[in-house]
Write a protein that binds this ligand. Structure first.
Ligand SMILES: *Cc1c(COP(=O)(O)O)cnc(C)c1O
Length: 458
């Protein structure tokens, strides 16, 4: 079935379901003149053309790609009905689907215990907010520690929650430094440590296994922000495959021993935006969410997801889309989602290798997932010249008439770009999160090299 046929198929099924409920008159006030609609649609689709081609492998910039057609069809079908996963009253089927997919993410992807408590959220930000909220409730007055490469959301949400924070330095990979963490833990005021499995900038995986051991020794909790990299854990369970490397595998496997985990199905889970997820090893933390709802929770004695979530209304369609996606592309290393992630990873390794042999570009960090960073190579490489050259390459690639390439810029410490100076410098960053990048990456590299020769002064 083509994507269009898939969509048609599910929408017809919703039509057929609606028809079983008997005829009624639509209110005239909702009627729109066909011509008005046609004009508005033309304007709308014309404006959408102003987007960058996220679907195409020539877009190798931010963490952004369209959802899988199965997710689109499932989302549209459920959205026609518009269930609200706040309570089972708002739509029992998608409520049940949410519980199923959360369980799959917990037990099949991360191998957390079966009793793990969790729910979908509208984003990784909200999911992390909930994890930090629980961290505060369990360890009141104690700080939350995270690295300087952790997503900015941690500092911001800790501010919202009024929890003290400790920012830890990182090593040459961009990973949280264990010696610095131990110094801080020894003082004894840290209640929860945040590890990132795939930092948003470089895709670095913190040493989760060693951090878990330190947390045990110093009685701290461990939260893993796997918003970006979490889905790569699928590949970590496959003993035969060393695509990720031994350390990355070891640390991704150690997520199984975290106290809480966040993963974003709207990043590497093929979902449209509006799909994050938070998981708690101890289902007892549900008590912190306790509240009364005078409006809902009437149709069933079973757990209503609103009872364990800070958000109220949540799209049932998001749960439906993830449920259908995991039915057709299961959480397996060998088939389903695994091969998609593996192709992205191989594309990143290949580009890193090509960058290493280039005379106009040079890689910055070694990719640990599917994010590649690089910069122009210059005779007089300084913070200033590299910064300007990166910007020119970024602009030049995007504006190259018939064959544009879309990259993104990342501000890093100059030492990460191989410079001896203090301060920050902008370099190029590419997220190769589409499996199509694997076949396209040689072309991508040639194009970026060619553009660099044209726009970057020798
Ligand atoms: C994307 C990301 C977030 C924020 O998630 P949103 O879904 O964008 O709100 C948090 N942490 C990491 C590591 C991320 O990559």
């Amino acid at each position: 079935m083509s994507p269009t046929e898939t969509i048609q198929h599910v929408l017809e099924a919703v039509d057929a379901w609606e028809a079983t409920w008997g005829r009624f008159e639509r209110h005239a006030a909702t009627t729109v003149e066909p011509e008005t609609l046609a004009h508005a649609l033309t304007d709308y689709t014309e404006r959408l053309r102003g987007n960058y081609p996220f679907f195409h492998p020539r877009y190798a910039g931010q963490m952004l790609k369209p959802p899988h057609p199965a997710a689109v069809a499932a989302y549209l079908a459920a959205m026609r009905i518009n269930p609200n996963n706040h309570a089972l009253d708002g739509g029992p089927p998608t409520g049940a689907m949410e519980k199923e997919v959360v369980r799959e993410l917990a037990t099949r992807l991360f191998r957390l215990p079966a009793e793990t408590l969790g729910h979908l959220t509208s984003s990784g930000t909200i999911a992390n907010l909930e994890a930090l909220f629980v961290a505060r409730e369990l360890r009141p007055e104690r700080a939350i520690a995270f690295s300087e490469q952790a997503h900015y959301t941690h500092g911001r949400m800790a501010g919202v929650l009024r929890v003290p924070t400790v920012k830890l330095p990182t090593d040459e990979r961009g990973a949280l430094r264990l010696d610095a963490l131990e110094d801080v833990l020894r003082v004894g005021n840290v209640g929860t440590v945040v590890c990132t499995a795939g930092t948003t900038g470089l895709g670095t995986i913190d040493p989760i296994e060693e951090v878990r051991a330190l947390c045990d020794r110093y009685d701290a909790r461990l939260h893993v922000d796997a918003a970006y990299g979490g889905f790569f854990t699928l590949l970590a369970w496959d003993d035969a495959d060393d695509l990720l490397g031994t350390d990355a595998r070891r640390h991704l496997r150690a997520i199984a021993r975290a106290d809480s985990v966040v993963v974003d199905p709207h990043k590497h889970g093929l979902q449209p935006y509006g799909c994050g997820c938070v998981l708690f090893r101890d289902p007892g933390v549900g008590r912190f969410y306790q509240h009364d709802s005078p409006y809902t929770y009437f149709t069933s004695d079973e757990l209503h997801l609103g009872e364990i979530s800070l958000e109220c209304s949540r799209a049932g369609a998001a749960a439906g889309a993830l449920w259908l996606t995991l039915r057709v592309l299961p959480l397996e290393a060998e088939h389903g989602l695994g091969p998609i992630l593996a192709a992205c990873r191989r594309a990143a390794l290949r580009w890193h290798e090509l960058l290493g042999t280039s005379d106009v570009l040079q890689p910055c960090s070694t990719p640990e997932l599917d994010i590649v960073t690089f910069r122009p190579q210059l005779e007089d490489a300084s913070r200033e010249t590299i910064d300007v050259a990166s910007q020119r390459l970024f602009d030049g690639a995007m504006n190259d008439g018939d064959d544009p390439i879309f990259l993104s810029l990342l501000r890093v410490e100059a030492r990460r770009a191989g410079l001896k100076e203090e301060g920050d410098v902008r370099v190029l960053r590419s997220t190769l999160m589409k499996p199509e990048h694997e076949a396209y990456v040689d072309h991508l590299h040639q194009r970026v090299e060619m553009i660099a020769r044209n726009v970057v002064p020798a």
